[in-house]
Design a protein around this ligand. Structure first.
Ligand code: ATP
Length: 588
């Protein structure tokens, strides 16, 4: 997509601007055609009321003209909506393709709760907002303008006083509306802020309900929500109350009886003065009655335009996401060694999270990354599948800088099981086969067995054909084991295991550990674990602190050294034995 200084909405619509213009022109012609029958009816009245015998030929011609105009109006409107729907369809298809193309190329680390929410909003709501604008409002707006404008011109042609008669109530509406809109932007900003407070209070109340109730503070939390709602209602009422009179006045000025009364009263005066005929007054009344609908449509069009502009801005910012740079001359990695050479990394505009890390993970070995929370373990591990690119230094897989490996080749080499394993919508089999589509049933079952999840899957109503979220609802530990089965089937020679047992209960953890041991066999494994007991057998342990490797070695060597690892180990074994004793005491 070409990003220029033009507004995003203009840029998004540009490829289909021709079709939209065609729709708008047809819509205008359609609106003019539907005006003709009204004018023809007035002219028909003149012929019928003319003194002498009725001119039947003229009556027939006018009747035919009415029929033709109706047909033409209907045809043009239909074609106009067809053109704009086609434009919308093309624009949406190309935007969806573009979104998939761009989002498929961003680094995996780009995805966070915030960006995933933005993608969901773009696909669900923002494209819908663009649809309303492109497919409907442009045509409706032009029709809403052309119809009364044509009518007013006709009145002007009849007598300029008739045109004024048709718009006699508009100044009242315009003054009331202008007064209502005074300071609208500021007031809306204040209301938005108050409404955000209400939303935040609801989220806080709902998310924290268990903690709040457990500590007997539900009254206080509910009070926070009530205060936010009260503030919002007071602000809203303070704004709306004075507007009600103006709103009533402007609605009155546009109501059918008021328009009819004022045009008829004015018309009677015109008639008395001999300026116009009775049919001219009828024409002015008809045009006057069409005006409220015009204003309503224009108002809706403005809202649609504003929503579409905001939606286009959000879509454009997603489309501007930086893709993962891909080498023009990719190289193929050989073997499954993972090397970090003087690696430093910082998140965008943030302080340095990793500095000068060098580490070598040989094929067939397990390397554990341990350290305090926030030390940088996950960040380091995720540099291997290029969730992010290093700020300095090099990460190599199979002897090749990961930036020089084609992403598909890299993902074929490096698999990962994360703390919050994700299952995609589909059957259990689809989920296990994700890394090797088309794998046969025997291979799927073998992987599930090795991941200690086969029996649980068989217990589901439709076994491997059960659908996630429908008849397959897994616990956190079971989800982990499904994702381990997926990794086993994908059979990547390098594995990143980021606290794969973090949310598991002791029994589930034992199952996951069993499954992980099978998974780790013969692969290069980089494992992150908070529970040090689970990595005592690792071939090497790197202790990370403040983004640096402060110690490195086997469990025994690190215990002997008496540094940070030994301190963490003593702390954990002390806490666990304390916990164990307390549990035993409780059981006794
Ligand atoms: N997407 C992100 N954007 C900005 N900063 C981040 C991001 N992810 C992590 N960080 C920061 O980087 C630092 C290291 O985080 P990281 O998750 O790598 O630590 P960790 O050792 O794995 O911690 P834990 O054991 O708690 O998972 C932390 O200060 C964290 O706040």
């Amino acid at each position: 997509m070409n990003h220029t200084s033009n507004p995003p909405l203009y840029e998004l619509r540009r490829p289909v601007a021709g079709l939209i213009r065609l729709g708008v022109i047809l819509g205008g012609v359609g609106a003019l055609s539907s005006l003709l029958p009204f004018i023809a009816i007035v002219e028909l009245g003149r012929v019928l009321m003319a003194p002498g015998p009725i001119d039947t030929v003229r009556v027939g011609m006018i009747a035919a003209l009415i029929g033709l105009a109706l047909l033409l109006g209907w045809l043009c409107m239909g074609l106009a909506l067809w053109a704009t729907h086609l434009a919308d369809h093309r624009m949406q298809a190309s935007l969806r393709r573009e979104l998939v193309r761009v989002l498929g190329r961003v680094p995996l680390g780009w995805y966070s709760d915030k960006t995933s929410g933005a993608v969901r909003k773009a696909v669900q709501n923002d494209l819908e907002d663009l649809h309303h604008l492109v497919a409907h409002h442009d045509v409706e707006r032009v029709a809403a303008i052309v119809l009364p404008a044509g009518g007013l011109l006709y009145l002007l042609w009849l007598d300029w006083r008739l045109m004024l008669l048709a718009v006699v109530t508009l100044p009242v509406y315009a003054v009331a509306y202008a007064r209502m809109m005074r300071g609208f932007g500021d007031k809306m900003t204040q209301l938005d802020a108050s409404f955000s407070e209400v939303s935040a209070a609801i989220v806080e109340f709902v998310n924290g309900i268990t903690v709040v109730k457990a500590f007997g503070q539900s009254g206080r939390a509910y009070e926070g929500y009530q205060n936010a709602v009260r503030n919002f209602s007071e602000r809203y009422a303070g704004w709306v109350r004075p507007l009600l009179r103006l709103e009533a006045l402007s609605s009155l000025a546009l109501s059918a009886p008021v328009i009819m009364l004022s045009t008829l009263a004015g018309g009677a005066w015109f008639l008395a003065n001999g300026w116009v005929g009775p049919l001219d007054v009828m024409a002015a009344t008809l045009v006057g009655m069409a005006l409220p609908q015009t204003l309503l449509t224009l108002n809706q069009g403005l809202v649609a335009q504003r929503n579409a502009e905001a939606a286009a801005k959000r879509i454009a910012s997603l489309l501007a996401a930086e893709p993962l740079p891909v080498s023009c001359h990719p190289r193929r990695p050989v073997g499954a060694t993972v090397e970090f050479e003087q690696v430093s990394f910082r998140y965008a505009d943030d302080h340095e999270v990793l500095s000068n890390i060098s580490l070598n993970c040989r094929p067939g070995t397990v390397t554990a990354l341990v350290g305090r929370s926030g030390a940088g373990k996950s960040t380091l591990a995720m540099l291997v599948p290029r969730f992010h690119d290093v700020s300095a230094g090099t990460v190599r897989v199979g002897g090749v800088d990961v930036r020089e490996i084609a992403p598909s080749v890299l993902y074929g080499k490096v698999g990962f099981v994360l703390q919050n394993a994700q299952l995609v919508r589909g059957t259990v089999r689809d989920n296990v086969c994700l890394g090797r589509p088309g794998a046969d049933q025997a291979a799927v079952i073998e992987a599930a067995r090795a991941a200690r999840i086969h029996d649980r899957i068989l217990a589901l109503p439709r076994g491997y054909d059960s659908v996630i979220g429908e008849d397959a609802v897994f616990s956190g530990g079971e989800t982990q084991r499904v994702s381990i089965a997926r990794m086993l089937l994908a059979d990547t020679p390098i594995l990143i295991l980021d606290e794969a047992t973090a949310h598991a209960d002791p029994e589930s953890e034992a199952h996951i550990q069993d499954a992980l041991s099978t998974l780790a066999l013969g692969r290069t494994v980089l494992v992150i674990a908070h529970r040090l007991a689970s990595i005592v057998a690792a071939d090497q342990i790197a202790v990370i602190d403040g983004g640096q490797i402060v110690e490195q070695g086997t469990h025994d060597r690190l215990l002997e050294a008496g540094g940070l690892y030994a301190r963490l180990w003593r702390l954990q074994t002390f806490v666990e034995s304390e916990g164990g004793e307390r549990e035993e005491a409780a059981r006794a």
